[in-house]
Design a protein around this ligand. Structure first.
Ligand SMILES: [Zn+2]
Length: 471
C-alpha cells in the first residue's frame, strides 16, 4: 500500500518539523515539507509520527496470570509461575494476541517473545504464537525459551551438595527442536524471525549455549537470553564458573552484535566493558525488576560505556502489563536516582531512540528499522496530540514519555500495512479476544502455589535471610 501522511510533526535533533512522509510498499520513500500525494492521503495535522517501539523482551503466555502471583523474588516467583503456566496452545495463541494488542496500542510495532514452551507440545506452542502474530501483523521475534538443566539448579547451592534430576529433554533434542522451528517458522521477509534463546546461565549448560551459537551462525539468527537478573544469579555464576557470567559468555562466544540480553542488573564495571566490546544489547525491563525486587540495572553506566540499551515489558506476570510507554517512562526516570550528574540522565527524545533504534540494533536490523528516514522500513506510529492526556500543548515527546498517555495511538503501520486506524486495531477482532480472555479465566480467591514452599528454605539460607520459622 502506498500512502502519504501530510502535515505531520516529526522530531529532529533539535525540536520538531512539520512534514509530509511518503510510504511506498514497505518503506519510507520521501520526507519533505510538501510532497505530491502518492497513494492514499493521511491527515497528519495535530499528530506526531514516531518510529515504532520494540517490546524487546516479554513472555506472552504470562498474560494469563497477570496480577496474580504474590510478592516474591524471581527464584520463588518462578516456582509459583511453574504451578500455573498455561498448557494449551490455544491459550498461547490468545495471550500472544493480547500481548501484541497492548504492545501496539502503547507505541510498539515489534515484539520479542521469549516464548515459554509447553512440554511435549513445543512446536505447537511456537506455531500458536506465530499464527497470532501473523494475524495481527506485528513484527514478531519469537525466541523459544529453552534450558537443559532442571529448575532446582537455578538457585545457588551455597556449598550444599548439588544433586539435581536431569532435565526432561536432552540438549541434543532441544537443539534439534530449535532447528526444526527455524525451518518451519523463520521468515524474515514476512516479519517473523526465530531467535536462539537459552533462558540464561542459571539453567543452561555450555553445550546448549554452544549449540545455539552454531545455529545462530548457520541460519543467521539473533541471540537472546536473560542475564544476571538477580543477586542469586550472580552468586550462582561464581559457583558455576568461578568467574562472572559475562566473562564466561564472552569466553564461549555467545556475546555479539546480534545478541540481546534481558535485565543485566548485576554486572560490574569490567562486565560492562565486555558488553561494549562485543556490541551486545541490554534490554532494560524496569517494571519487572522493581516488582521482583531484582534491583536497578546500571543503565546510565551502560550508556556512558557505549552499550546499546533498549526497553522491554518482560512477561505480564512480573510487570503486570504490556504497556511500553509505561516501561519507557519508568525505565528512563528511575535512573535519575542513581547518578547526581543530571547531564547523564535520559531525555525523553533519547528514550524514544532507545526504544526504537536501540531495539532494532539489538535485533541486527539497525540499518533498516527504528527511524523516520528515507529507505527505512515503514513501522510507524501516529499519536493523536489532541487527546486529553497530551494537552495542553507543550512538548509532544516530553509529555508522551513523562506523562500518563492514555489511548493516544491513532494509527499504526507495520511493514507499510495499516494495523491500527482511528485508535482501533483493524486486523483482528479485539472484542472477540476480550470475550475469549474473559470466558477462559476466573477470579481467583486465595490461590495456593505449592512449588514455592519447598524452594524457600534453600533460597533464604543462600541469600542470608532469617530462617522462615523465625519470621
Ligand atoms: Zn524474562
Amino acid at each position: 500500500m502506498n500512502f502519504t501522511i501530510q502535515n505531520v510533526l516529526i522530531p529532529q535533533a533539535e525540536g520538531y518539523a512539520t512534514v509530509d512522509v511518503e510510504i511506498e510498499g514497505d518503506r519510507i520513500s520521501g520526507i519533505a515539507s510538501h510532497l505530491e500525494v502518492v497513494g492514499t492521503a493521511v491527515d497528519g495535522q495535530n499528530k506526531l509520527l514516531l518510529p515504532g517501539f520494540i517490546n524487546a523482551h516479554t513472555h506472552s503466555s504470562e498474560m494469563w496470570h497477570r496480577g496474580l502471583i504474590p510478592m516474591l523474588p524471581l527464584e520463588l516467583w518462578l516456582a509459583a509461575l511453574y504451578d500455573i503456566t498455561p498448557l494449551d496452545p490455544e491459550q498461547v495463541y490468545l495471550s500472544a494476541l493480547g500481548t501484541a494488542v497492548e504492545t501496539i496500542l502503547s507505541g510498539g510495532t515489534s515484539v520479542v517473545d521469549h516464548l515459554v514452551l509447553i512440554p511435549g507440545k513445543e512446536l505447537e506452542t511456537i506455531a500458536a504464537a506465530v499464527k497470532a502474530y501473523r494475524e495481527i501483523g506485528i513484527r514478531a521475534f519469537v525466541a523459544p525459551l529453552v534450558q537443559d538443566e532442571s529448575f532446582a539448579a537455578g538457585v545457588p547451592s551455597g556449598g550444599s551438595e548439588k544433586n539435581y534430576a536431569a532435565y526432561f529433554r536432552s540438549t541434543a533434542a532441544t537443539l534439534e527442536l530449535i532447528e526444526t522451528a527455524v525451518k518451519q517458522f523463520h521468515r524474515p521477509d514476512e516479519g517473523v524471525y526465530i531467535l536462539v534463546a537459552p533462558t540464561g546461565i542459571q539453567l543452561s549448560t555450555d553445550a546448549l549455549f554452544e549449540g545455539c551459537i552454531e545455529l545462530s551462525e548457520r541460519y543467521d539468527l539473533c541471540r537472546h537470553s536473560h542475564l544476571l537478573e538477580t543477586l542469586a544469579q550472580q552468586l550462582l555464576a561464581q559457583e558455576k564458573y568461578g568467574c562472572s557470567a559475562v566473562e564466561h559468555l564472552k569466553e564461549i562466544g555467545y556475546l555479539s552484535h546480534k545478541t540481546s540480553l534481558a535485565h543485566c542488573v548485576w554486572l560490574n564495571d569490567s562486565d560492562i566493558e565486555i558488553l561494549a566490546q562485543t556490541q551486545s544489547t541490554v534490554v532494560h525491563n524496569p517494571l519487572s525488576n522493581l516488582r521482583l525486587g531484582s534491583g536497578i540495572a546500571p543503565i546510565l553506566k551502560y550508556r556512558q560505556a557505549g552499550v546499546n540499551v533498549t526497553f522491554g515489558c518482560d512477561g505480564a506476570s512480573s510487570n503486570d502489563s504490556q504497556d511500553l510507554l509505561e516501561a519507557i517512562k519508568i525505565g528512563s526516570i528511575l535512573h535519575n536516582t542513581t547518578d547526581r550528574d543530571y547531564h547523564h540522565w535520559i531525555t525523553p527524545l533519547q528514550a524514544v531512540e532507545m526504544a526504537s533504534k536501540g531495539g532494532a540494533i539489538g535485533l541486527n536490523l539497525g540499518d533498516e528499522l527504528g527511524a523516520i528516514a528515507v529507505g527505512q522500513k515503514a513501522d510507524l506510529v501516529l499519536y493523536n496530540l489532541t487527546n486529553l492526556s497530551l494537552l495542553p500543548r507543550t512538548d509532544p515527546i516530553g509529555l508522551l514519555i513523562l506523562g500518563r498517555p492514555t489511548q493516544v495511538v491513532h494509527s499504526v503501520w507495520i511493514d507499510g500495512k495499516q494495523i491500527v486506524a482511528d485508535g482501533k486495531v483493524k486486523t483482528i477482532n479485539v472484542d472477540g479476544l476480550r470475550q475469549e480472555l474473559f470466558s477462559r479465566s476466573q477470579w481467583y480467591n486465595n490461590l495456593q502455589f505449592p512449588s514455592v514452599s519447598p524452594m524457600e528454605e534453600r533460597y533464604r539460607t543462600v541469600m542470608g535471610l532469617p530462617d522462615k520459622s523465625s519470621v
